[in-house]
Design a protein around this ligand. Structure first.
Ligand code: TYM
Length: 330
């Protein structure tokens, strides 16, 4: 089987944007690939080195993966740190393949350095190298991630080619990103993308109860050019933030109906928003119910089993890499 690897950092809570954009599809992949999914807790240290909630956050992300429908019998689910020995050793060797200039020019690095100029550390610069190690430790070929991660995958491919040239060994495939046609769920304010670093009423959290979802959507930004209810609206992704979200969350038939009713001013924004809240609840409710049933002990058991499987694969790779590099075995 083809090998697939993906990770999510252990920061903050899951919102509808992350879930719909990155997590929901993983469930399908576990049937078709040898899949490794992990919680990138080491990566989260690059921006939050002192985090008293680290353990809690790892368990939370693991629980989210499971509530999304990952089946621990079909994939390996583990914490990145639980194979830290192998991953960080591989990152050490791969670091020698990566030109520093390229890391410093990386747009995600520049963005983070600009946002937190007081915390530009060595680990942050090496973020893409560690990410390459996460993938290559299992000799992964496919990497489902959002659009923003594609630049890191390009670097992983550079590293693979450099490794091959340096050691004359074709150990790693060049990993390919798989993004879902560039989904970018907008913020409820209509300003930029839905983001967990913004205020809580600008995004729908995957743990929001029904009435809160209704309340948030009711207040959301809609069509700025529709001032009166009897005016026709502008039901396009560009013309109306609510309609934009319908394109992701509401089925085509209902959407066509809403479009007609909006154009003829048969319905106002209030009804259209209520329908959007329904669509969102259809995704959030079953997730929240599954999430609430998971106990901490169960999640820990899954991670322990996942670690075992990830470690076997990681140790096989590390043994080959050491041989190629010429590391002494004593
Ligand atoms: P992270 O935790 O920042 O993001 C997790 C996933 O969510 C996607 N994403 C989005 N997609 C659509 N719309 C949005 N508004 C949105 N916000 C975030 C991200 O693209 C990502 O797929 N570097 C990775 C973690 C990682 C990793 C890896 C991934 C570490 N090692 C190895 C794959 C393979 C990250 O920052 O994820």
């Amino acid at each position: 089987n083809k090998i697939l690897v993906s990770g999510i950092r252990s920061t903050g809570e899951l919102h509808l944007g992350n879930y719909y954009g990155a997590m929901m599809d993983l469930v399908n992949y576990q049937n078709e690939y040898d899949a490794y999914f992990f919680i990138a807790d080491l990566h989260s240290l690059t921006t939050h080195p002192n985090n008293p909630d680290l353990r809690k956050n790892v368990l939370n992300v693991a629980g989210n993966y499971l509530a999304a429908g990952l089946d621990p019998d079909k994939c390996a689910l583990y914490a990145q740190s639980s194979i830290a020995a192998e991953v960080s050793e591989l990152a050490m060797y791969l670091g020698m393949m990566m030109p520093l200039g390229e890391l410093l020019r990386c747009p995600t690095f520049k963005e983070k350095a600009k946002k937190h100029p007081d915390n530009v550390n060595y680990g942050l610069v090496g973020y893409p190298v560690l990410m390459a190690a996460d993938i290559l430790i299992h000799r992964g070929e496919f990497v489902p991630v959002g659009d923003d991660q594609m630049v890191h995958l390009e670097m992983a491919r550079t590293i693979v080619r450099k490794f091959r040239q340096t050691y004359g060994l074709d150990l790693f495939p060049e990993p390919l990103g798989m993004t879902k046609n560039a989904v970018r769920i907008p913020s409820l304010t209509g300003n930029g993308k839905m983001s967990k670093s913004d205020a809580a009423d600008t995004y729908i959290s995957m743990t929001d109860p029904q009435d809160l979802i209704e309340k948030k959507v009711k207040k959301a930004f809609s069509d700025p050019e529709r001032v009166y209810k009897h005016q026709p609206g502008h039901p396009t992704a560009e013309g109306c933030n609510i309609f934009h979200m319908h394109t992701y969350f509401t089925d085509e038939q209902t959407r066509a109906q809403l479009e007609t009713q909006c154009l003829s001013a048969e319905i106002g924004c209030v009804q259209c928003k209520a329908r959007l809240a329904e669509s969102m609840k259809e995704i959030v409710n079953p997730f929240r119910e599954r999430r609430e049933k998971l106990t901490e002990q169960y999640i820990l058991d899954v991670l322990t089993d996942g670690q075992k499987r990830a470690k076997e694969s990681a140790q096989r790779t590390i043994a080959e890499v050491r041989k190629a590099v010429g590391i002494i075995t004593v």
